[in-house]
Design a protein around this ligand. Structure first.
Ligand SMILES: NC(=O)c1ccc[n+]([C@@H]2O[C@H](COP(=O)([O-])OP(=O)(O)OC[C@H]3O[C@@H](n4cnc5c(N)ncnc54)[C@H](OP(=O)(O)O)[C@@H]3O)[C@@H](O)[C@H]2O)c1
Length: 242
């Protein structure tokens, strides 16, 4: 018997780079996975590859989240759906973009937590939630006013949810990754003038892979992390430890 036998874990952002790899690692670990996102085509491809169940919904709509999650018997959740928004300073930010970033990264994760935790409490078997945050919530990063604020809000959702759900045996943690060269990040971090100076400041001096983010997510979901709740775990090659 492995940690994940008979445990259903819902993963948002499963049609993206980090979410898709997390689904693959969870299926390999024996979990019953519900892969979610908006793109039905993307979900179908992932399901054909991994056998994961799928569910399409929009994180910005409470009705959409509620009707998708109602009636599911969940043990765990990975809140991985996210949006990068814009690279802008507080002086030049487009506040409509700020609203959209907050709506997906923070509000969307809270909505999923709201309806998923109701299912987890009803099931009465404890459980675990991992929120995919960012290094941008831990330190000030140039141009990251919207994104960093949304992930700082997500870290607070992690801490308060850990506090409120602990009595049901449900653990809640964040992972705070550095850059993975997915579509979301390449347009900015891929530029030599941005990449070079940043990596010089990082002890490990390279970007992360999807597998290097998914593995700590799976660990935090597993019974190996049974006494860990409320943390924000940097996966950043030591960048925020300087
Ligand atoms: N890549 C990085 O460098 C990096 C670093 C640190 C943290 N992160 C975080 O890691 C997570 C995954 O990032 P990624 O790079 O794998 O991103 P990605 O490849 O761009 O994927 C983003 C995912 O979010 C989903 N999504 C976006 N808006 C949505 C909405 N309104 N409703 C439902 N789903 C929505 C997308 O689904 P559809 O396409 O199906 O709509 C997609 O599955 C994000 O939370 C991101 O902030 C990424």
């Amino acid at each position: 018997m492995t940690d994940f036998d008979g445990r259903t874990v819902l993963v948002t952002g499963a049609t993206g780079g980090i979410g898709g790899t997390t689904v693959r690692q969870l299926v390999a670990a024996g979990a019953d996975v519900i892969a979610t996102g908006r793109s039905v085509e993307g979900l179908e491809a992932l399901s054909a590859e991994t056998g994961a169940r799928t569910l399409a919904f929009d994180l910005t709509s409470e009705d959409s989240v509620r009707s998708a999650l109602e009636g599911l018997d969940l043990w765990g959740v990975v809140n991985c759906g996210g949006f990068g928004g814009e690279i802008a300073t507080p002086m030049e930010t487009d506040i409509a973009v700020f609203d959209k970033v907050i709506s997906i990264n923070a509000r969307g994760a809270l909505l999923v937590t709201k309806y998923a935790s109701a299912s987890m409490i009803r099931l009465g078997q404890g459980g675990a939630i991992v929120n995919v945050s960012s290094q941008a919530s831990l330190v000030a990063l140039s141009g990251h006013i919207s994104y960093g604020s949304s992930k700082a809000a997500l870290d607070n959702i992690t801490r308060v949810s850990a506090l409120e759900l602990g009595r049901y045996g449900i653990r809640v943690n964040s992972v705070n990754p550095t850059v993975v060269m997915t579509e979301m990040s390449a347009f900015y971090w891929g530029r030599p003038e941005i990449q070079g100076p940043f990596l010089e400041q990082m002890p490990l001096g390279r970007w992360a892979t999807e597998d290097e983010i998914a593995a700590p997510i799976v660990f935090l979901l597993s019974d190996g992390a049974s006494m860990i709740s409320g943390v924000s775990l940097p996966i950043d090659g030591g960048y925020t430890a300087r």
